[in-house]
Design a protein around this ligand. Structure first.
Ligand code: ADP
Ligand code: MG
Length: 633
């Protein structure tokens, strides 16, 4: 693809639709079946006018020469016509049904596959594609591609076959008349090719407008509490109006383009029919064409014009769907931050997890996930920057400053490790790298000396129980949020135990249905602290080897917190604990505390040693003591 990222991109062809091709490669038997059905339908449709032509000629022969007239010939022809009609009607009805079924299969299979790959994605992906955009791509875009995968292929195939059959018959009847018919038809086809690219450009714009609307709605709804708290209803409504206005303008532009095309096209094509009427009439008068042939000819001209339009339509359709297919494929083929090598080495236990000179930078946040698709699509990031659209290159050239630099730390069984630091210093990022939610940009994280990337992902992650800073609850019951579909013979017991340790008992007692109480969309029925505790219970449930708590204990008061740590340690039986906390007193229970500032470890040591240092940790500690004193007043 030697594209310039100019306003006129190379048009998409069927071969670019990799999702569609892949589907049919797998389902080739069905493809052959549908092709046969299409072939049959076209043949029957083509035979029809010719049979009528024969009937007209037979009648005329009877009129001219009644003595020679054989009623049986006419009867056979009519019988043939009826049979053709019935067969045609059957094929006609069966066809759309068969196409729809395969479109539905395409949709089902592809959506599952793409969704699966979206689930494997990391921060680069989520930073780049807002969730409203992902939704739009998986919903409308994919539905359109599915429609195309069947109808878009077989409908034009019908056109091509019909045209091919019709041409053969026409040329055999009268080649001169055929040529005359073809000239305007071909001309209209070229009109089409000229208008097509602007249609394509419009369509991209249109799809992006849809994604924009979706993003806006999604963020308004998910942030509805804030919208209300800041009385932003009016402003939001005004913004929505603006987004919708832009969408309407785009729709009108599209309609205008289509209308311009249709009228030009219709006029030119109509000239073809006129030529046949005039010239064909002359030929009949001169005896170079029978009346039956004239009738058939007229029918066939229609058959030529419409498939021509059908094929032209198919070309725009390919262009438009091509854009959508690329939008979907962008999701599926986006290189994941974290390579998942399934089935490599399983991680069953560990003697040491070590971060060696680890550095990490987040991917830049895309203004709109669709920005880059406008130019090059997936090829952008994948092709090592050999092309990449201008905007794509612009976003890529501004990487985020490193969130972590030169991090060295070790986790050993039974160790209690604390992480403290200023806000935004990279504490949560360390946790994410430990569970391999992201891949270090520099250095490596090893388990017993082997890089994490060589382990089978599922077993690697099973080593960890992770309560992230944002609880990440599902709109589900408390039980399901904790158990998350994991099974254990002693599920009930464990559930009770982890609820006790996470100090959730008082909350549950207040709920009518206990653990079966629904907690609302993303846990909105629970307070922030309660959400954190559900998340802790979830992390504890599997008795992981390493428990990562990212600032989730802040909602416990100081005494409960100490009790909590003791309970956790006894429940986990010698497991490793990594705890990020703003409350530095809890870190007193740790063997070692790493203190982070601007992505670097600036101090490390036991709580008491760190205080003696009188460095950053000490400052943080003083500040906290002051805050607590203030709170107590
Ligand atoms: N998803 C993200 N995309 C881009 N930058 C991020 C993302 N998450 C965190 N950061 C940035 O990385 C740095 C470290 O963040 P984080 O690890 O969350 O800090 P902490 O947990 O110590 O408060 C911050 O500067 C933050 O802005
Ligand atoms: Mg954090």
């Amino acid at each position: 693809m030697a594209d310039k990222a100019g306003p006129k991109p190379r048009a998409v062809t069927l071969l670019d639709m990799k999702l569609v091709l892949r589907f049919w490669r797998q389902d080739w038997k069905q493809f052959i079946g549908l092709t046969a059905l299409t072939l049959f339908y076209s043949a029957v449709a083509i035979a029809y006018p010719r049979i009528i032509g024969y009937i007209v000629d037979a009648i005329q022969q009877g009129l001219n020469d009644p003595a020679q007239f054989a009623l049986s010939t006419l009867r056979n022809l009519v019988l043939l016509l009826v049979m053709a009609r019935i067969a045609g009607a059957l094929a006609e009805d069966l066809r759309p049904f068969a196409y729809m079924v395969s479109a539905a299969r395409f949709l089902w299979r592809t959506r599952n596959q793409v969704f699966r790959s979206v689930l494997d994605q990391g921060f680069t992906f989520t930073n780049r594609f807002p969730s409203g955009d992902v939704q739009e791509r998986l919903d409308q875009d994919l539905t359109d591609v599915a429609q195309f995968s069947a109808v878009g292929i077989f409908w034009p195939l019908t056109s091509v076959l019909t045209m091919a059959f019709a041409l053969v018959i026409l040329i055999r009847m009268n080649w001169l008349l055929t040529v005359v018919t073809l000239v305007p038809t071909m001309a209209s086809f070229f009109v089409y090719l000229r208008i097509g690219p602007s249609m394509d450009k419009w369509w991209r714009e249109w799809r992006e407008k849809m994604s924009e609307t979706n993003n806006f709605l999604e963020s308004s709804f998910s942030g509805i509490r804030l919208v209300k708290a800041y009385t932003m209803e009016e402003r939001n409504a005004a913004r929505l109006r603006k987004v919708l206005d832009a969408r309407i303008r785009s729709a009108v532009r599209g309609a205008r383009l289509r209308a311009a095309f249709n009228s030009t096209y219709g006029t030119v094509a109509g000239l073809g029919s006129l030529a046949v009427l005039v010239l064909g009439g002359l030929f009949v008068i001169r005896g170079r064409l029978t009346i039956g042939e004239f009738v058939a000819f007229n029918a066939y001209v229609d058959m030529l014009v419409w498939p021509m339009i059908g094929i032209a339509d198919m070309i725009t359709w390919i262009w438009q769907t091509g854009v959508e297919e690329r939008r979907v494929r962008e999701l599926a083929e986006f290189p994941s931050d974290v390579r998942v090598n399934a089935g490599v080495r399983p991680a069953s236990g560990f003697r040491e997890v070590r971060m060696t000179r680890v550095g990490f930078s987040y991917a830049p946040v895309g203004e709109q996930g669709t920005k880059e698709s406008r130019n090059e699509g997936i090829e952008g990031p994948r092709d090592k920057g050999t092309k990449g659209g201008s905007e794509g290159a612009a976003t890529q050239s501004k990487p985020c400053p490193p969130a972590l630099e030169d991090i060295n730390l070790v986790l050993t069984p039974g160790a209690r490790i604390g992480i403290a630091g200023t806000v935004g210093s990279g504490k949560s990022t360390i946790m994410r790298l430990l569970v391999r939610a992201a891949q270090p940009t520099r250095g490596e994280v090893t388990v017993d000396g082997t890089p994490q990337s060589e382990f089978e992902m599922r077993s690697l992650r099973a080593l960890f129980g992770y309560a992230p800073q944002e609880a990440g609850l599902f709109s589900e019951t408390i039980r399901n949020n904790i158990v998350l579909g994991r099974t254990a013979p002693d599920t009930e017991e464990r559930l009770r135990e982890v609820i006790r340790i996470a100090q959730l008992e008082p909350e549950l007692a207040a709920m009518a249905k206990g653990t079966d109480e629904l907690i609302g969309e993303r846990g909105l029925r629970l307070s922030g602290g309660q959400q954190g505790r559900v998340s802790i219970a979830r992390a504890l449930f599997d008795r992981p080897r390493i428990l990562l708590l990212d600032d989730v204990t802040a909602s416990l008061d100081a005494e409960t917190e100490q009790q909590f740590i003791r309970d956790v340690m006894s429940y986990m039986q010698g497991a490793t604990l990594v705890i990020v906390s703003h409350r530095l007193s809890i870190l007193a229970a740790c063997d070692i505390v790493y203190v982070l500032d601007q992505g670097r470890i600036v101090e490390s040591g036991a709580h008491s040693d760190l205080l003696v240092l009188r460095g950053l940790y000490w400052k943080l500690y003083q500040r906290q003591l002051m805050e607590e004193a203030l709170k107590e007043e």
